[in-house]
Design a protein around this ligand. Structure first.
Ligand code: AMP
Length: 359
C-alpha cells in the first residue's frame, strides 16, 4: 500500500521511519512549501492513502483533497474541524468535553461584548493559523479591547475565558478503522514563551481520576468524529478537573517520547491505523520518560551523546531562533533517575523552567 503524507518536516519523517520494517507500506512525503497544483494532483493520484503532518494546510490545497476525500485519513472533516478554533471548541463541547466559555468575535464591538459576557481576563485568538502562542492577545482590562483588535483583529477571532490552570497536560490516542482505540499515557507539558520545552511521563501526582477522565475525553472525541489515526488533546489541569484547550488531528510534539518509551509509538500507530492494520500496544516500557526539545541551538544536545539512557534525534534543520531542531528522549527506571538525567541536560532548557513549578 502506498501512503502519501502532506508535509516533509520532522513529523512526516518520523511517521515514515516508524514503519520501515513493514515492506508492504511504501511511504512518500509531499513538500507543502514547494506546492504546485499539478505536482499535488499527481502525488494524490499515485497513493492509496493520504495523511498529513500538520493541520496548517492552506484552503486552496485542502480544496484539492476533496475529490480524493475517501482516501484521506484522518478525514477531511476532522482536518477542517481542527483547523478552526471555533469549530474545534464546538466539537469538544459536542463530545462532552469541558472547555473554557467562549464566543465568536468579528468586530471591535464583539470584543467589548465578550469582555462583558465572559468577564476578565479573556484570551483572544485568531480562529485559524495560530500556533505556539502566535495570534493571541490576553485582555486584562476593558481598555485592552482596542489594542487587542488592532493587533490581531480585522479577521475572525475567538474569545475564551481565561482558565486558571495549575499545569498543562496532553493525552494522545490512536483509533483504527474498526473503532478500536488505544490511549498513550498522559504527559505534563512545560512551555516557555509559547513553545513546548519538555514533556514528562508520568505527570507528577496525577490522580487516577483525572487520568481516567482524560482517557474518557479522548475516546469520546475520537468516536464522535469516527476518527482514524493518531489524535492529540491538550488539556488544562485545574484544581478540580480537566479543561480541553486544543486538538491536533495528528501526532504531537508531546508524544515524541513514545518512540523509545512505549511499545508502539504515536507515529507507528498512526500509520498502522490509516493503513487498516491493528494498533500496537501503547503501554510504557519504562517507569519514567522525558522528552526535551532542542530549540535554536543543537550544541547543548551534544551532551546527550555520552549518556546511555538519553536518545538524541536531530531533524537536520538549519539553526534559527525559536526553531525546533531536534529532541532528546530520556528513559529511566524511576522518576529520580529521569530527573537526575534531565539535570545533566539542563542546558537544553531556559533558566528557571526546570524543574517544573509545583502547585
Ligand atoms: P493555544 O495556542 O490555544 O495552545 O494557546 C497557547 C498557550 O496560551 C496555551 O498553552 C496556554 O498556556 C495559553 N492559553 C491558551 N488559551 C488559554 C485560556 N483560555 N486560558 C488561559 N491560558 C490560555
Amino acid at each position: 500500500m502506498k501512503i502519501g503524507i502532506l508535509g516533509n518536516g520532522q513529523l512526516g519523517q518520523m511517521l515514515m521511519d516508524s514503519v520501515q520494517d513493514i515492506p508492504e507500506l511504501e511511504i512518500s512525503l509531499y513538500d507543502l512549501r514547494a506546492h504546485s497544483d499539478d505536482a499535488l494532483d499527481a502525488f494524490l493520484a499515485s497513493v492509496d492513502r493520504v495523511s498529513y503532518e500538520t493541520e496548517n494546510i492552506p484552503a486552496h490545497i485542502v480544496a484539492r483533497l476533496e475529490p480524493v476525500a475517501e482516501k484521506v485519513y484522518p478525514s477531511l472533516k476532522a482536518l477542517k474541524t481542527f483547523q478552526n478554533r471555533l469549530l474545534e471548541k464546538n466539537a469538544l463541547r459536542a463530545a462532552g468535553i469541558a472547555t473554557a466559555d467562549f464566543c465568536a468575535v468579528n468586530s471591535l464591538d464583539d470584543v467589548k461584548s465578550a469582555v462583558v459576557t465572559l468577564g476578565l481576563p479573556i484570551v483572544l485568538k485568531t480562529t485559524t493559523e495560530g500556533y505556539d502562542g502566535k495570534g493571541q492577545y490576553v485582555l486584562r482590562s476593558p481598555d485592552d479591547a482596542e489594542p487587542a483588535w488592532a493587533a490581531i483583529g480585522n479577521r475572525e477571532l475567538i474569545a475564551e475565558a481565561f482558565v486558571k490552570f495549575e499545569r498543562e497536560t496532553s493525552v494522545i490516542a490512536s483509533r483504527d478503522v474498526n473503532g478500536n482505540i488505544l490511549v498513550f499515557p498522559m504527559t505534563e507539558n512545560i512551555h516557555h514563551e509559547g513553545i513546548l520545552r519538555y514533556s514528562l511521563f508520568p505527570a507528577a501526582g496525577l490522580s487516577a481520576a483525572k487520568a481516567a477522565l482524560a482517557e474518557r475525553y479522548i475516546r469520546q472525541l475520537a468516536d464522535s468524529l469516527d476518527y482514524v489515526g493518531t489524535i492529540t488533546l491538550e488539556l488544562f489541569e485545574t484544581a478540580d478537573g480537566l479543561v480541553g484547550n486544543e486538538v491536533a488531528p495528528r501526532v504531537h510534539n508531546s508524544g515524541h517520547w513514545s518512540i523509545e518509551g512505549t511499545e508502539a509509538s504515536q507515529f507507528r500507530n498512526h500509520m498502522l491505523a490509516i493503513s487498516g492494520r491493528a494498533l500496537g500496544a501503547t503501554t510504557p516500557k519504562y517507569p519514567a520518560v522525558a522528552m526535551l526539545n532542542v530549540i535554536s541551538d543543537e550544541t547543548p544536545a551534544e551532551k546527550a551523546e555520552g549518556i546511555s539512557n538519553a536518545f538524541r534525534h536531530s531533524y537536520g534543520k538549519e539553526a534559527r531562533p525559536a526553531r525546533k531542531l531536534g529532541h532528546v528522549t530520556v528513559v529511566a527506571q524511576s522518576v529520580a533517575e529521569r530527573d537526575a538525567t534531565i539535570d545533566q541536560l539542563s542546558a537544553l532548557i531556559p533558566a528557571g523552567v526546570w524543574p517544573p513549578v509545583q502547585h
